[in-house]
Design a protein around this ligand. Structure first.
Ligand SMILES: [Zn+2]
Length: 277
């Protein structure tokens, strides 16, 4: 089964907090919500516990997005340490809230060779996973395929991390893949290539346990400029949904379009129309 949901509280939610958001997601006929800790993890444990209960009652699948201020490849030790802490805090509170995975943008190349950056990111993520395992926290750690060429996070890099470090799986952001390849992830043949790479690298299991980000996107030669609604982008989202259907993928699709829930509903509607065939 493929679940469709929103990046944060839907814009049509009358109550502007996570609990209101979860209830609104259910009302809209969606199935998932990503808790957005993008400006920092400020949620307390009591609230996380309450969110856990409400999401179970409403049958809404939860995931979380860590802070933007993360760089596991900074030349400043303090920045790396703070980044590790932010990822750990996201993982701990998300687990309390009943979240199944966390995602984040892992690092910047900062002019360094990609192989060296990979080594640094892998080392720090391994450390994070060891700490979480000691704490008995088995939440999936899902570094994201990023949208700017200056950011670590090609599909290959994220697949390799998932092969080499336990408890790590990709968050496949199709809009970012399209932006960082200057439009090479917008048609069916591209989606096929992406899904084939995932299956070759990580086996059928990954197609049965996907986490996807999607929105429209504007980009330049350097990659991502801004998220747009799907209709205003060059991504053939009807074919994208068809590829998901053809590969029978399972997991969670999170809409990060500016109109959040409307594109989530649009994708779910297209998906269900294929299911009926
Ligand atoms: Zn993201």
């Amino acid at each position: 089964m493929l679940l469709f949901g929103t990046a944060g509280t839907p814009i049509t939610s009358p109550v502007r907090n996570s609990i209101g958001g979860i209830k609104r997601v259910r009302e809209l006929g969606l199935d998932a919500m990503e808790l957005e800790f993008v400006y920092g993890v400020k949620m307390g444990e009591a609230l996380a516990q309450k969110i856990n209960e409400v999401s179970k009652n409403e049958n809404v699948h939860l995931t979380a997005h860590g802070p933007y201020y993360i760089n596991l490849n900074s030349y400043r030790k303090e920045t790396v340490q703070a980044s590790i802490e932010r990822i750990l805090r996201t993982a701990r509170i998300a687990k309390k809230a009943g979240g199944k995975s966390i995602t984040f943008h892992p690092a910047y190349y900062g002019g360094m060779k990609p192989e060296l950056v990979y080594k640094n990111v892998k080392e720090h993520l391994s450390q994070i996973v060891r700490i979480l395992q000691d704490e008995g926290n088995n939440i999936w750690i899902r570094p994201e395929t990023t949208g700017k060429k200056s950011q670590f996070g090609t599909l290959n890099e994220i697949i390799k991390l998932s092969q080499e470090v336990e408890q790590i799986l990709p968050n496949v952001d199709f809009a970012h893949l399209n932006a960082r390849t200057n439009g090479m992830c917008r048609r069916y043949e591209h989606f096929e290539l992406t899904l084939n790479m995932l299956e070759e690298g990580l086996g059928r299991e990954i197609l049965d346990n996907m986490h996807i980000h999607i929105s429209g996107i504007e980009y330049s030669s350097k990659g991502e400029l801004r998220h747009t609604v799907l209709e205003e982008s060059d991504i053939n989202y009807v074919e994208l949904v068809k590829s998901w259907r053809d590969y029978r993928i399972k997991g969670v699709v999170i809409s990060e379009s500016p109109n959040i829930e409307f594109d989530a509903l649009l994708l779910k509607k297209i998906y269900l129309s294929y299911e009926r065939e």
